[in-house]
Structures are given as C-alpha cells and as structure tokens.
Design a protein around this ligand. Structure first.
Ligand code: GMT
Length: 379
C-alpha cells in the first residue's frame, strides 16, 4: 500500500512511534511517504520504500502566525496526486487531523477518496486538545477520521470523557522493535559514567513541565544518600535549567550528568540500573518501554497509561504523582538488593517483549486494509 504519514519530526514519543512504524511498514514492502516540516530524527537514511516530503511555510510579513495547516494540507494533496497515495495516517491530532481532513475534502473534489487514520498520542488530548480554544476543531477532526486509534486504554477513556466522540476508538499500543534492541555493541561503557560499585539511574524525556523534572532530582537526591549512585539525564527542554540549578542547591552536581538529546539511548540504557518517570500525565510512556526492553526496571508515577506498561511489583513500582518519598523508598530498596534487582531487570525485558512490533504492526495493517476497502463509503 502507498501510505502517507504525518507526524512531528522532533524528539518526542509521537514522532518516534510514527517514524519507527513507517520504517517497519517499508520493510514489509509498503511505500511510505513522510510529510512533515523536517526530516524525522530517527529517519537517519532514506531507505528503500521511504520518501520524505518537506512542508515549507513561506514567511509573509502580514501573517502574525504562519499558516502551517494550510501548507501541510496543500502538500498532502500534491503528494497524494503525484505518488498515488492510497492512505493517510496522521499522528497527533493537532493540527495534523485537521489538515488531513482538509486535504481529504480537496481530493474528494477531484474524485479521489483518501482514507484517514488518526492516532491520538496523549497531550493532543489531555493537555492541548481539551483547551476550549482548540476543542471544537479537535472534536471535529477526530470525528471526521475514518479510523481513530489511541496508544493506550487510558487515553481512549480520557478522549471519550473529554470529547463528544461519535465513532469507535481502537487501542493500538505503542511498540518497540525488539530486534533493534539486541545491542550491536559489546562494550557497555559503564565506567565512563560511574565508579565501580555505583548504581546508574537514568531519566529520558523532553524536559517539559508534565515530566516533573524537579521530582526526578528530588528522588535521586534521596537515593544517593543511601546508595552510591549517579543520575544520567538525557534530553533537552524548558525544565533543564531549573534541574541544573536544583542539583547545585542539593550539592549533587558531581553526581548528575546532563547528556542532552541522544540518538543512542540503547547505549545509555545498557549501563542503567533504574529508570525514573514521575510524570504528571503520560498516555503511554514510551521512554519506560524503551528502558524495559533494555532490562531497566522503572520507578514511575501511576499517571495515565503508565500502569499498562510498567507493572507494579514486577517491572518496577508505581506511586501517586508527586509522592517522591515513596518513589525514592522503592528505588532504594530495589537498588540495595542485587537478587531482586536482577529479577526485576528480567521481568522488565519480558513484559516489554509483549509490545514487540511484530505483535503491533499487523493491527495497523488490518486497520489500513479495512479503511482502504471502505474508503468511499462516507463520501
Ligand atoms: O511525552 C511527551 O511529551 C511527548 C509526547 C508526544 O506527543 O510526542 O508523548 C506522548 O506520546 C507518546 C507516544 O505515543 C507517549 O508515549 C507519551 O506518553 C505521550 N506523552 C504524554 O501523554 C505526556
């Protein structure tokens, strides 16, 4: 099938999922066209069956806001016509589902039926989408999608609570490609990060408010008083500076390493003993899943869809949002007992394997086929 994928190309869960899905679809013989404003970060080389079409938004001084949705929908129309695209899959409702709907309507005028799948990822619903300024447009574009999927059961329920949704929402969980996580390197460079006998704790995110970055530092501050350890912070974002200042306040700057964004998280996770994810909201928690497939147990909040991934007492521990005392206590007890830690590491990998792409890709392919077969039904 010829599939156009619209996503955010930056570091962030939805873009990563969309890119990995596109790569997997291309490997299965589909022709995949990414349509977005920049080459997605995980799309390192343009492989066979993968194409990238950049959306340009020309600057015009009259516009206070440059009209990205307009440029995107026009680019979609052109791409569909030029390459004979058969299906559109948009990731993150805002503004992608809206632009996709406009493209669909323009194509209809020319006798082309383009089925549109919208995948909801989280903040497009729980944070941004529910804002009264956006809600009518988000509700409309979700309802106009041929198929709507959400990345967790929790996000599905949230969407049904917050919006007046007319059709079905199908849960297709996020995934990892297990094959890619079998390390291609042999040297796990633990000694570059920590002294002999120290444990390594990791956090990876886009350092936005919802990630509760100060909680990560508070938890680690408590841990390092009991267990010799280092904290590795991976990512960039608005909360990073505050986090650095908090480390200074606690006098732990020599124990916390800020690495910035990385394309080699497997190399970082390979020497990690524990992953921290105390988020305020999290529709799924892809970063936790990536940690788990690398045999890293997770100490997290119980927000949103996290419990669907991190199993309490099995792959890690869950606590109420903000309960840093309990999170630190659980972390300390796990890090202090090597046998239990080893068991949790094995459990984490085993549960993560349930989310292998080989189990998830057929779900998307079945949805695509169904949407394609009924593509002109609602015209
Ligand atoms: O977590 C972020 O801030 C990035 C965000 C995104 O839209 O890229 O992630 C959301 O989508 C991910 C992939 O489906 C999920 O794993 C994250 O849980 C979700 N983030 C939130 O709900 C806060």
């Amino acid at each position: 099938m010829k599939i156009a994928i619209v996503c955010y190309p930056t570091f962030g869960g939805s873009g990563v999922v969309a890119t990995e899905l596109g790569i997997a679809l291309a490997n299965r013989g589909h022709e995949v066209h990414f349509v977005t404003y920049k080459q997605p970060v995980r799309l390192e080389l343009l492989e066979n069956n993968i194409h990238f079409h950049e959306v340009h938004v020309p600057e015009y001084p009259l516009f206070h806001y440059q009209p990205y949705e307009l440029a995107l929908s026009s680019k979609l129309v052109d791409t569909v016509k030029l390459f004979g695209i058969e299906l559109l899959h948009v990731h993150y409702a805002i503004p992608h589902a809206y632009a996709g709907y406009m493209a669909k309507k323009m194509l209809e005028e020319e006798g082309i039926c383009l089925p549109m799948i919208t995948t909801l990822h989280g903040t497009d619903i729980t944070l941004v989408g529910k804002h009264p300024f956006y809600k009518p447009a988000v509700t409309f574009s979700i309802n106009q999608s041929d198929v709507v999927t959400s990345v967790s059961e929790n996000l599905k329920q949230k969407t049904l609570e917050l919006f007046n949704i007319k059709g079905e929402i199908e849960v297709v969980p996020n995934f990892i490609d297990r094959k890619k996580y079998k390390p291609s390197f042999t040297d796990c460079q633990r000694t570059a990060m920590a002294e002999e006998g120290e444990k390594i704790i990791t956090h990876i995110s886009n350092f936005r408010k919802v990630k509760r970055i100060p909680d990560v530092i508070h938890i680690f501050n408590k841990i390092q008083k009991e267990v010799p350890s280092k904290l590795v912070m991976v990512g960039e974002g608005p909360e990073k500076e505050n986090a650095e200042m908090l480390c200074e306040t606690y006098g732990i700057t020599d124990k916390v390493i800020f690495l910035g964004n990385s394309n080699e998280i497997d190399k970082i996770l390979c020497f990690s003993d524990l992953f921290l994810l105390p988020s305020e909201t999290e529709s799924f928690g892809l970063a936790a899943l990536e940690a788990m497939i690398n045999k890293v147990p997770v100490i997290s909040s119980n927000a949103g869809g996290i419990p669907e991934v991190n199993r309490h007492g099995v792959t890690g521990f869950l606590s109420d949002v903000g309960n840093v005392t309990e999170m630190a206590k659980n972390a300390i007890s796990l890090l202090s007992d090597d046998a239990t830690l080893e068991q949790f590491k094995c459990n984490a990998e085993k549960v993560a394997e349930e989310f292998d792409i080989v189990n998830v890709l057929p779900l998307y392919e079945a949805i695509y086929q169904r949407a394609y077969d009924g593509r002109c039904d609602n015209k």
